[in-house]
Design a binder for this molecule. Sequence first.
Ligand SMILES: C[S@@+](CC[C@H](N)C(=O)[O-])C[C@H]1O[C@@H](n2cnc3c(N)ncnc32)[C@H](O)[C@@H]1O
Length: 226
Amino acid sequence: MNQQISRFVSKAVAKLRYDFWDAPRGRGRSPGKDLWDDQFRSGSWNGLGVAGEVAHYAILAAYAPYLHPSPDILDVGCGQGELVKHLKLRGFNSYLGIDLSSEAVQQAAASHACEKIHFVSANLDSWTTEQTFDLIIFNESLYYSREPAATLERYATYLRAPAEGGLLISMCEYGNHEIIWRQIEKKYSPVFSTRVENENAQAWNIKGFKTTGPRGCAQGSPMASS
Ligand SMILES: C[S@@+](CC[C@H](N)C(=O)[O-])C[C@H]1O[C@@H](n2cnc3c(N)ncnc32)[C@H](O)[C@@H]1O
């Protein structure tokens, strides 16, 4: 009983600390690998292919070629790989998805077996790589980082030739997303940006960023040169 009370108290203190100290400072938090694994195993995230969700995936994929015509893509917090379906329609050179949940990664790999598509189970806060990419995507995942803005800056160093690639971020209008956007936009200006709202009043902001060059200056349309 005492143990239960002390667990309850420490959970409540952690929640208060997050709500009143960390969240206003633009920090994120992740529920932990076990919980994500349970949710993916029980199918809680199987509904991402429904019509109400399709627009934000489709816009992310449609934006991709405006940052690079044939990118090597890193998708951070890729889940079951729903976005790959949409990215395939636009074309890419290679795709690597990383996710904390090994269950999500197994499901993603089973659905998208292909020599240019790979998935790895890793914590985005500690994962490092020698590889470089043309396009790095955080789709509903950046707010699970402890320090989202600093994490984004660290991942930006994995861009191969920053002038020719970029970052794509989608965040649901939830929690401290506005504070996180403000912190990101202190460092980078969006070169394009869209808000999507579905029939349940769930809304996403989707923004593309170049990390070098004139701020706010988008590359020309990839369609124009084809
Ligand atoms: C809301 S889901 C989005 C999944 C996917 N990007 C999509 O939109 O289909 C958030 C994802 O972030 C992953 N995640 C949460 N914390 C993480 C962390 N610290 N490192 C890597 N992935 C994490 C979860 O396992 C989950 O797959």
